[in-house]
Design a protein. Sequence first.
Length: 232
Amino acid sequence: MTIRYCLIRPVRQWQRYVLFFTTRLTKESIAVPGAFTNHQKLLNTPSSTLVFMPNATTGINTVLRNLTFKPTDYILYFATIYGACEKTVAYITETTPAKSVKILYTYPVEDDWLIAEFHRVVQDIETKGAKVKIAIFDTIVSMPGVRMPFERLTQACKETGVLSCIDGAHGVGHIKLDISELDPDFFVSNCHKYVSSQIYLFLLPPAKIDPDGSTSPAAAQSSTYPRATNTS
């Protein structure tokens, strides 16, 4: 057994403990409050909006599996979606009345084209008497490594009444993120890539949580919306 292994093993054990038992820990715990505080500063969002999860894909699953879909509801996503997330979309369309629509393209494409295509697809679906309920898009695409216009897509979602779900797996620590300003409906990320942390985040921005702890009208589109709470 090497010295390196002796040092890393207990660290990894503690990280797993924090990750999987966070919701059972309180302010008196040793590490959790500091972790929430650090990520609160990094993302400019109250710690009450942060939840630790096993990974970003789990966050996407948490969102989609907690929404109630009608036969007229669509999940919109882009051609560069992470493979595991696309499989989740496929699962939802197989097990619920939801349908999906995929915006197809091959890079290079202009950001303006992505925004225009989003609006076109949403409008086309609405002309059929249906509605895009939620849109999934990245901060930075995993393959190829391209920055998406996620700020503009989030705004486009607000303009069209679509829930925004941002896969920020390659965002935190890589690019500047101000969640309070961005104000998406959902944001998930990994922190092991660029922050040297074995923490994964699920965020419900403060604008979506009312003072009494209930969700906003936009969030009420879900009957079992996963309320953000970190018990801190």
